[in-house]
Design a protein around this ligand. Structure first.
Ligand code: PLP
Length: 404
């Protein structure tokens, strides 16, 4: 099949209409640049929604994939395999975790976590300890359990009945948690920075308070680091900056650098509740995915790469502030590392998508986080000149939207 035999209209003909992709179709990527069917070039600040942590087609990831593709593709979990074991081993070296469960996406990692917290409470206390506390505006994926735990009711609309026993509290509000948590709570689930919810960081004091309340009520603390993990915030995992360690951490997106993989990390004690036959996945721990992910994390778990994430954050911030001096469209620039949100002022509320579309026309791929926030989650190794070039494109786009 030639790549020119399909176009954007084909999408509307043959794809379920749950997405509304941009008009152009990317066909090739290198580093932080993308080319579409027409040969137009784009700077990529979207990073496949915080996935392409090493840009597109990083030579060492391509090499790892090619080498593994000539050895072994798939086995199922009836057998284990070397790349999965090596990756799990490395993840336990890098993080608090002592045990790893592999799957294929962030949603699946969360599904595993949400089932495990209930099973752990069931094993240690009993079925009455099944309540999960999560936070408004959070996002944990699109399975029925994940949209239920997620704090955005629109994703549950039309799918009732959803699993019971989930409460949503205001984020960063320790008093609300103090009032709601009880000995029936089996887990508190949170993103250290709410990504889809608008790039909203948790306050360190809040996280410390959550940990203490979980301990007091014998509830597990689950960090969804699907978006914040694997170097995105300038630490390998965001939890590492705060001195608060979760009992379960979910990771996906950047973990495979673009190859689908997810993982749930936990302690020996908690992992015991996922005994033989309690949960599973045909593809989880797939050798191709694990070989690529091992290469990706070895490249990212590097002091220089992580330090650069923080310095590139400063460049993003100063460029956004420069644009804002001229146009005054941003109320706040926030986030950590290379997960950056620029919230529009009230005048521009609801218009984030207009800026996204204008940026695409100027050769820049970006993201939004809800209707009021422009979001950037580029490659962790995006060159500074690509940042500057992308920001020049954003400035042209902002000028067009503001002056139209
Ligand atoms: C924090 C968080 N959790 C879970 C998910 C779901 O991950 P996936 O789309 O890989 O299933 C996302 C995706 O955006 C996310 O940002």
């Amino acid at each position: 099949m030639s790549e020119y035999s399909v176009n954007r209209a084909t999408f509307d003909e043959v794809m379920v209409p749950n997405y509304a992709p941009q008009a152009m179709i990317p066909v090739r990527g290198k580093g932080s640049r993308i080319w579409d069917q027409e040969g137009h070039e784009y700077i990529d600040f979207a990073g496949g929604i915080a996935v392409n942590a090493l840009g597109h087609c990083h030579p060492q990831l391509v090499k790892a994939l090619k080498e593994q593709s000539e050895k072994l593709w798939h086995l199922s979990n009836v057998y284990t395999n070397e790349p999965a074991l090596a990756l799990a081993h490395r993840l336990t070296e890098i993080s608090f975790a002592e045990k790893v469960f592999f799957c294929n996406s962030g949603t699946e990692a969360n599904e595993a976590a949400f089932k495990l917290v209930r099973k752990y409470a069931f094993d240690h206390t009993g079925p009455e300890k099944h309540e999960i506390i999560s936070f408004k505006s959070s996002f944990h994926g699109r399975s029925l359990f994940a949209v239920t735990v997620g704090g955005q009711p629109k994703y549950c609309e039309g799918y009732a009945p959803v699993p019971a026993g989930v409460t949503h509290l205001p984020y960063n509000d320790l008093e609300a948690l103090k009032a709601a948590i009880s000995d029936k709570t089996c887990a508190v689930v949170l993103e250290p920075i709410q990504g889809e919810g608008g790039v909203i960081p948790a306050e360190t004091e809040f996280l410390k308070g959550v940990r203490a309340l979980c301990d007091e009520h014998n509830a597990l603390l689950v960090y969804d680091e699907v978006q914040t993990g694997v170097g995105r915030t300038g630490e390998f995992y965001a939890y590492m900056a705060t001195g608060v360690t979760p009992d379960i951490l979910t990771t996906a997106k950047s973990l495979g650098g673009g190859f689908p993989i997810g993982a749930m990390l936990t302690t020996d004690k908690v992992a015991k509740s996922f005994g033989f036959g309690s949960h599973g996945s045909t593809y989880g721990g797939n050798p191709l995915a694990c070989a690529v992910a091992l290469e990706a994390i070895n490249l990212i778990h590097n002091d220089q790469v992580l330090a650069n994430v923080s310095s590139k954050h400063e460049l993003f911030r100063s460029e956004l502030e420069r644009i804002n001096k001229t146009y005054g469209i941003f109320k706040e620039v926030r986030g950590r590392g290379l997960l950056i949100g620029a919230e529009l002022t009230e005048d521009w509320h609801g218009k984030a998508k207009d800026f996204l579309a204008a940026a695409a026309k100027e050769g820049l791929m970006m993201l939004v986080a809800g209707p009021n926030v422009l979001r950037m989650a580029p490659s962790l190794i995006i060159p500074d000149e690509d940042i500057r070039e992308g920001m020049a494109a954003l400035e042209r786009a902002v000028a067009k939207v503001v002056n139209q």
